[in-house]
Design a protein around this ligand. Structure first.
Ligand code: NDP
Ligand code: AKG
Ligand code: MG
Length: 744
């Protein structure tokens, strides 16, 4: 960072976005330098986060700073401007694979211990837990969420519709969720009338009190207590497995074990153990001895039985196969590679997996590679019902038509670890039958109380008052700016949301809502209302809590645009800065596979282009940097041109890929800058680049294309070699030198 200059902090993450950024950063720097903007990077990849957790085990050269903690602090400063790419929210198997790669590279990092017992193991588990699941986003998202399809993107999708599968009235596909004993069923909620330290404790029938945690809470915080009954969950799975078998549909499970990193692996593991009940009963002791934990997926079992003599291993595999005989067919994640829905919880992330199923007409792939109807099991009913509502709609009306359907932007409550997504440090697998209390530690007053049994999952979720006010304001601002109706998806029958309804009504009164159409509806009604409007080509803002923010910002973009990668995704930080996310999806592991095998990267950086535009616009407005404003405007036009001329990456090897698409962006951007008349210095500065890229277009595209079709070696998956990355992602010398000569 140079004093007196503005700075964009660009995150370096994992998988496909990490690859794309390697190519894109030199482009970004070439342009931002002309507006005196520094671009610094911050490596928050899962590998970097693991290394940052163990400075005491690393040599001086190996040590890395705790970038995430630093960025977290910076979100509290008004001048902060961060571009955040999707990162891996690691499951245990992913974490251990990353650690194995680091170990092989000479880093003394321990594996995640199964069942930690010794103080040393407990400490290792604690440090590594901080790298597990969704560990980055909740730290950086110190603001609420504004996700939408920019006009040009929506228009492009209307003119160039993606494929949609057909829905049939006869489809057997449906959502199965619990109807009792889940988090929704027994939820309790209060708006706290004081600040206090709240103790979570379980009191057993013999009067013993087991304290689980004490947390500070603020006055005005909405505090919920809810639990999922293990007994009810196991019964539910058994019923659903039998029903799927009888009715001949596949069985698929959809959870969010990355975000809900304590509760959903448990929910996932129970499904696997019920499915393979006989095999797990027979080999119970051996599985325990081996430390098999299918909360991490069947991959954990298959890995660990590798150490057994082959006859024992074969016996186990046969017993597992035998279970399949009386169970329904399992949906596959990758039928070509034999990977089932139970392989790893990080393969079945509900926000991406359900929309993919809905988009292709309510089908998932079977083991034979054919598309079939499925029972989509989403145990927790709170939000599962919205998916059944859209399934009902599609069965009645047919598939949505991307050429005519309206758009559904989202304003999501997210700041300061709001609601369920901030609850993992207050989520417990209960060890005793008893009463689970949340108690004001100072007075002993029981604030919320639940009857629980051993094995139940109990959690406290909270949302602070300031984020709720900010969310309501953001909703009003977006409704005003977009002239769209805004619907708060809040269910009065759910205690938490009923409390939110009270607060939303109260805070709406602080704003001028004259002429705005703002309504509050339960989730199922809101879904129906929004779908009916979208069907007729009408737009509706969804204003939701944190989980629906996540679900809807994949669901609607995938139907409207074919992917959530094309979303503008802004987090106006409550302290005044801006966090610009790139799209609403993840880090697309399949894309890396294709690059490594065929040197073609189908990742679309459009989300990154949009994020950069918003980031530059912010720098222009907030700190009076007119050059940044011109960069933002011209980037916006260049992005529009890129869409218009269909220069996005193709999925097919041998055609334009991510690198080629970035070249087109650079060309259009330089041309726009050279052509604008607001700032003659900028025009003169970029004219030679525009000329050079225009003249050398064919050479550059040929250089970029000629490398495709062969294998690429990146020197690592989680921690690729920087040199190899650069070599792979910047194969056009002509393009590279054009950028360099502009910077010089
Ligand atoms: N913001 C964040 O940090 C997020 C991180 N994640 C993490 O990402 C990983 C993968 O998550 P998963 O749920 O599988 O979802 P992804 O969103 O990564 O992938 C689903 C599919 O969406 C398509 N896709 C996504 N982004 C792009 C893009 N930029 N260009 C083109 N296509 C795109 C791809 O389809 P196709 O294969 O057909 O090309 C991809 O396979 C996990 O580790 C998860 O934890 C997930 C969500 C958000
Ligand atoms: O942090 C994560 O793991 C996922 C985030 C996500 O899916 C989202 O915000 O849409
Ligand atoms: Mg999501």
């Amino acid at each position: 960072m140079t004093p007196g200059r503005q700075t964009i902090i660009y995150t370096l993450t994992d998988e496909a976005p990490r690859l794309a950024t390697e190519a894109f950063l030199p482009v970004v720097r070439t342009f931002t330098e002309a507006a005196d903007i520094d671009v610094t990077t911050s490596d928050i990849s899962v590998a970097a986060r693991i290394l940052a957790a163990f400075p005491d085990r690393l040599t001086e050269e190996q040590k890395v700073p705790d970038n995430l903690a630093e960025l977290g602090l910076m979100t509290q400063e008004p001048g902060t401007n961060i571009i955040k790419l999707p990162n891996i929210s690691a499951s245990v198997p992913q974490l251990n694979t990353a650690i194995a790669e680091l170990q092989a590279k000479g880093y003394d990092i321990p594996k995640y211990p199964y069942d930690p017992q010794t103080p040393e193991e407990i400490e290792v588990a604690e440090r590594l837990s901080a790298c597990l699941g969704s560990a980055v986003n909740p730290v950086l998202r110190q603001g609420n969420s504004d996700r939408r399809a920019p006009k040009a993107v929506k228009e492009y999708a209307r003119a160039n519709p993606h494929s949609m599968g057909k829905w049939s009235m006869a489809s057997q596909t449906h959502v199965a969720h619990m109807t009792h004993g889940d988090f929704y069923a027994g939820e309790k909620s209060i708006i706290l009338d004081r600040a206090c330290d709240a103790r979570m404790e379980v009191v057993t029938p013999d009067g013993e009190t087991h304290v689980l945690k004490t947390v500070p809470l603020e006055a005005g915080e909405v505090v919920d207590s809810m639990f999922m009954s293990k007994k009810a969950l196991l019964e539910f799975y058994e019923e659903q497995l039998n029903d799927a078998k009888e009715t001949g549909v596949m069985f698929s499970l959809h959870v969010k074990a990355t975000m809900m990193k304590v509760s959903h692996p448990i929910v996932f593991g129970h499904a696997v153990r019920v499915f393979y009940k006989e095999a797990f009963d027979k080999h119970h002791d051996l599985f325990d001895e081996l430390g098999i934990n299918v909360n991490n997926g069947m991959v954990d079992l298959y890995d660990k039985i590798e150490t057994l003599p082959s006859s024992k291993k074969e016996e186990i595999i046969e017993d597992l196969h035998r279970c399949h005989e009386h169970r329904p067919e399992l949906a596959m994640v990758d039928s070509a590679r034999g990977i089932t829905n139970f392989h790893s919880p990080s393969d079945i992330i509900v926000d991406a997996s359900m929309p993919a199923m809905i988009r292709i007409g309510g089908k998932m792939y079977g083991a034979d590679g054919r598309k079939k109807d499925t029972k989509a099991v989403i145990p927790e009913s709170t939000f599962a019902r919205i998916y059944q509502e859209i399934i009902n709609f599609c069965k009645t009306n047919g598939s949505f038509d991307p050429t005519t359907m309206g758009t559904v932007p989202n304003v999501g409550l997210m700041a300061q670890k709001a609601e369920e997504y901030g609850s993992h440090d207050k989520t417990f697998e209960v060890q005793y039958d008893g009463v689970a209390n949340i108690v004001d530690a100072a007075t002993g007053e029981v604030l919320l109380s639940q009857d629980v049994e051993a094995g139940d999952i109990w959690r406290m979720c909270t949302v602070k008052d300031a984020p709720i006010r900010d969310w309501v304001k953001l909703a009003v601002d977006r409704a005003r700016a977009s002239e769209m109706p805004a619907v708060f998806w809040l269910d009065p029958y759910r205690p938490h949301e009923n409390n939110l309804i009270t607060l939303v009504r109260k805070y709406l009164a602080d704003h001028d809502t004259e002429g705005l159409d703002i309504q509050i509806m339960s989730q199922v009604r809101a879904m129906r209302y929004t779908l009916e409007r979208a069907w007729r080509g009408l737009d509706t803002i969804s204003v939701t809590g944190n989980i629906l923010r996540d679900y809807l910002t994949d669901l609607f973009p995938i139907l409207e645009l074919g992917t959530s990668a094309k979303m503008l995704s802004i987090v106006p930080l409550m302290a005044g800065g801006g966090l610009y996310e790139t799209g609403a999806g993840g880090s697309a592991p399949k894309h890396v596979q294709q690059l490594v095998e065929e040197n073609h990267l189908r990742w679309d950086s459009l989300g990154e282009f949009l994020a950069l535009g918003a980031s530059l616009d912010d720098l222009g407005r907030k700190d009076d940097n007119p050059k940044a404003t011109i960069l933002a405007k011209t980037l916006d036009t260049a992005t529009g041109k890129l869409l218009e001329n269909r220069k996005g990456p193709s999925r097919v090897t041998g055609e334009l890929d991510n690198r080629g698409s970035q070249f087109w962006l650079a060309l259009y951007w330089a041309q726009e800058l050279a052509a604008q008349t607001e700032d003659r210095d900028l025009a003169a500065h970029f004219a030679p680049l525009a000329e050079k890229l225009t003249a050398d277009k064919d050479t550059i595209l040929e250089e970029l294309l000629s490398v495709q079709g062969t294998k690429v070696e990146l020197g690592g998956y989680f921690q690729p070699s920087v040199e190899k990355l650069r070599e792979a992602m910047r194969p056009s010398e002509t393009f590279n030198s054009a950028l360099e000569s502009t910077l010089a």
